[in-house]
Design a protein around this ligand. Structure first.
Ligand SMILES: *Cc1c(COP(=O)(O)O)cnc(C)c1O
Length: 385
């Protein structure tokens, strides 16, 4: 099928998913094999030799991801951080400088500051929604990567991908967007000028909290070759089972994200001005500072909300532990609603750094259950504080 011919929800179900030619199975089989028989030495069937280099199930996921993000090539990995590690190895050298958001995903900051900094890379963290701050942080001839995450985690800041792509490219830097929070259904960074899209497919793409995975998508054959070499040469590939589960999740991405977004909008509106809260961070609220930009850059506002609870850490923790439908757990993007306390959960690794999350912030990953049930659950837990 050709990519131009079909809309996103159709491609999410069909791209890379040809029926099995031998049996007609509508769902392509899971190729649980590590190696492939050769018809004489070097006689590869369909190009397959050994599964670290290529496996048809992983290929079906990669074809699907490339189609959804509008890239020429996609590579899938065993986790989001494995994808990030592969990308950074491919593009950074000792002496290079990287700029990241000052509320970037904690694990991304840990990867750079604990693995790449000792190797000779330097890092600056800035507010990516402040374009002048980004311009000032650029070090001519040294800045090689601009790492953008929008919406950001957990404060839901919105950064202007097209403007950052221009700033990055003018400095000769590669512009990378972690698109995990939005998913390609809501936001397509390559179309806005970014060079690389990163995903933790563990989140919305997988969508069911049952598989870890990561991906890189690019629209540049030269960069694709470097990444492809390291995917094979370092080997942090996704397993056939994980790739298949991710493909299965992606089929419903469009309908899930529509519901995640409408549920989150309902809950955010119910929380605005609540006497037990100091702030509600959701880009779908007109008073959110990034609302207009998000409305331009995204198809809808997504399923993630954060709140600042009045009364500090103790009240915030009691709220995070006080819901029933929203289960207390790390991660996000699944069909079931989750609640988390970033300062000691997802962002514990940045405690004591400039990236530390305020201790009264609670993050909600709004699932696709009934909106009224979810709203009542959140309001009930706030009432009990
Ligand atoms: C979870 C997450 C990652 C890391 O992905 P893993 O699959 O957990 O390795 C990276 N970026 C963002 C925004 C995330 O939410």
């Amino acid at each position: 099928m050709s990519d131009e011919q079909y809309a996103f929800p159709t491609r999410a179900i069909r791209a890379g998913q040809e029926f099995d030619p031998t049996t007609g199975a509508v769902v392509p089989p899971i190729y649980m094999t590590s190696t492939f028989v050769q018809d004489g030495i070097g006689g590869f069937r369909g190009g397959y030799e050994y599964a670290r280099g290529g496996n048809p199930t992983r290929d079906s996921l990669q074809t699907l991801l490339a189609s959804l993000e509008g890239g020429s090539h996609a590579y899938s990995f065993a986790s989001g951080l494995a994808a990030e590690d592969t990308l950074l190895r491919a593009v950074l050298h000792p002496g290079d400088h990287i700029i990241m958001g000052n509320d970037v995903y904690g694990g991304t900051h840990r990867l750079v500051s604990r693995v790449f900094v000792p190797w000779g890379v330097s890092i600056s963290t800035v507010d990516m929604s402040d374009l002048d701050a980004v311009r000032h942080a650029i070090r001519p001839d040294a800045t090689h990567v601009l790492w953008v995450e929008t919406p950001s985690n957990p404060l839901m800041k919105i950064s202007d991908i097209a403007a950052l792509a221009e700033i990055g490219h003018a400095a000769g830097a590669l512009v990378v967007v972690d698109n995990t929070f939005a998913s390609p259904y809501l936001q397509r960074p390559l179309e806005l000028g970014a060079d690389v899209v990163v995903h933790s497919t563990t989140k919305y793409l997988g969508g069911h909290s049952d598989v870890l995975g990561g991906a890189l998508i690019v629209d540049n054959p030269e960069l694709a070759e470097k990444i492809g070499f390291l995917q094979f040469g370092v080997g942090a590939v996704s397993s056939p089972m994980d790739a298949w589960l991710t493909v299965r999740g992606i089929k419903t991405l469009a309908v899930r994200l529509d519901r995640h977004s409408s549920n989150a909008q309902t809950i955010a509106e119910a929380l605005v001005g609540h006497p037990k809260l100091d702030a509600v961070y959701y880009p779908g609220l007109p008073e959110h500072p990034g609302h207009e930009l998000a409305a331009r850059q995204m198809k809808a506002f997504g399923g993630m909300i954060s709140v600042a609870v009045s009364g500090g850490a103790a009240k915030a923790k009691a709220f995070a532990e006080g819901t029933e439908l929203f289960q207390l757990a790390e991660s996000l993007g699944g069909v079931e609603s989750l609640i988390g306390y970033p300062a000691e959960m997802t962002h514990a690794s940045v405690k004591g750094t400039a990236l530390e999350v305020p201790d009264n912030v609670v993050r909600l990953s709004v699932g696709i259950e009934d909106a009224a049930d979810l709203t009542a659950d959140v309001l009930g837990a706030l009432d009990r504080l």
